[in-house]
Design a protein around this ligand. Structure first.
Ligand code: PEP
Ligand code: MG
Length: 466
């Protein structure tokens, strides 16, 4: 089967965000919003100050896996004013001077930011992109500014990566329809669905009275995305999606079906999305996207996505994978019950295969992690999608742990062996669970849960990095 190649990267605004994203297993930073450096101060940050932040963000090229950072040049003006710019008050900030539209007036500001970013490109994988581009004219203007700064640095004998990709965000509908021309002048594009929906549906995303119109699942919007990706692909350009739409587990199949190279999401969403990705097949996603894009409205698309999820059992944890008053009295019985629950929920064809995979680990070492919890786990062909199941026996169980502490809760983790980077996902999910279980509050939430739904909610929030 064809596993998705889509990268799951994270959005960030600070160095702390980047650290968090790395811990969550992000495969890069797909959108570094540099505005934070420019806001709430009386003058713009000097080049050196910016360089020190950008340089700390970049991972050394020797480190593996590579951790590329896409810096977005500042997106201020409009609703995010920086007083020192003294922009005139605007009636319609979202339709006024913002993003790339202010750069011509503030040439030095752009120049010093580009210098800092381009200098950081000598230290590791860096990309740069401009926000709010509405035409090929603006896109090529931006590329020229990058080339100018590169020439300047060359003249000063300052190091930078010659092959640093230069791109633009596609978040204005006119740019979407100019994509074939834009793709000729940039190395990549990143679709910002937050602004793109707002401008496409002509509805302020922050105004509750009309915000609901900004629905990225509207088939008309999906067809707009199709136009962008096809246009960029015509020139073999790399395409990412960095708006909120990409962060939703249920829309991941549409992102895979659309065929983008990367999604970039809030760091807390990374791990869950990687787990969902592990359950998807490229061909199915392509079919779903085509179907969705030809539907009548967003509610039909939602029904389609819900049906797909139910069919493939993509949810990692579900109420039918939870047993809170189990009659099991031994480790053998608990592991059997976990496997049989997975079978009853339609997650495995043969419970014995899963049981065997779990025992293969249990036999080398006990998976009891202390505090009365055990985390039996495996990477196996027996399951088609990553899953977590939980058994809470009525009496505590001897788990053969070194400290001899009995087990009151067993949380099983099973990862399909064929998934992209199965080993890494396996280790990340395991580490996440173990880390959460160090917290008494979380343990108590599980121990006191008297309904499967409460257990599901606790495990889901743990998975989402809450
Ligand atoms: C977007 O518009 O989708 C985007 C990612 O940029 P921001 O949310 O920072 O405007
Ligand atoms: Mg935007």
């Amino acid at each position: 089967r064809n596993a998705p190649r889509l990268h799951v990267a994270a959005n960030a605004s600070t160095l702390q965000d980047i650290e968090f994203a790395k811990r969550e297993g992000a495969e890069g930073i797909g959108l570094f919003r540099t505005e934070m450096l420019f806001l709430e101060r009386t003058e713009p940050p000097p080049e050196e100050e910016q360089f020190s932040v950008y340089a700390s963000a970049v991972k050394s090229p020797r480190e593996r896996p590579a951790f590329p950072i896409t810096f977005r040049t500042l997106d201020i003006g409009g609703d995010k004013p920086a007083p020192y710019l003294r922009l005139p008050p605007q009636e319609n900030p979202f339709l006024g001077l913002r993003g790339i539209r202010i750069y011509e007036r503030f040439a030095d500001l752009l120049r010093s930011q580009l210098r800092a970013i381009i200098r950081a490109s000598a230290l590791g994988p860096v990309k740069v992109m401009a926000p709010m581009v509405s035409s090929v004219r603006e896109a090529s203007w931006f590329v020229e500014r990058v080339r100018e700064v590169q020439n300047e640095l060359r003249g000063e004998r300052i190091a930078f990566a010659r092959d640093m990709p230069v791109g633009v965000m596609i978040e204005v509908p006119s740019a979407a329809f100019d994509i074939k021309e834009i793709a000729k002048v940039v190395d990549f594009v990143s679709i910002g669905t937050n602004d793109l929906t707002q401008y496409f549906f002509s509805a302020d995303r922050t105004n509750p009275a009309v915000g609901g119109l900004c629905d990225p699942l509207e088939p008309s919007f999906l067809r707009l995305l199709r136009t962008i990706v096809d246009g960029a692909r015509g020139r073999k350009r790399w395409v990412g999606v960095c708006g909120e739409m990409a962060g939703e587990a249920r829309t991941l199949e549409l992102m895979v079906g659309l065929g983008v190279d990367e999604i970039s999401v809030s760091p807390a969403r990374v791990l869950e999305l990687k787990a969902v990705r592990a359950a998807l097949k490229v061909e199915d996603c392509g079919r779903s996207f085509r179907k969705a894009a030809s539907m009548r409205d967003a509610s039909q698309v939602r029904t389609l996505l819900a049906a797909d999820r139910a069919r493939s059992g993509q949810a990692i944890i579900d109420r039918d994978l939870v047993s809170i008053r189990s009659a099991a009295t031994s480790k053998v019985e608990v592991i059997k019950e976990l496997s049989e629950m997975a079978w009853a929920a339609g997650r495995v064809e043969n419970a014995a295969d899963l049981e065997e995979a779990l025992w293969a680990r249990e036999e080398t070492f006990s998976t009891a992690i202390g505090f009365g919890f055990a985390v039996p786990h495996c990477k196996t062909d027996a399951v088609g999608t990553p899953m977590i199941a939980l058994v809470k026996p009525a009496t505590s169980i001897d788990w053969g742990s070194s400290d001899g502490e009995p087990v009151r809760v067993a949380i099983m983790l099973a990862i399909p062996a064929v998934a992209k980077e199965a080993s890494r996902l396996h280790m990340e999910l395991l580490a996440r669970l173990a880390r959460k279980l160090m917290h008494e509050k979380f343990r108590n939430r599980i121990l006191s849960a008297d309904r499967p739904e409460s257990v599901v909610a606790a495990l889901k929030s743990a998975l989402q990095g809450d």
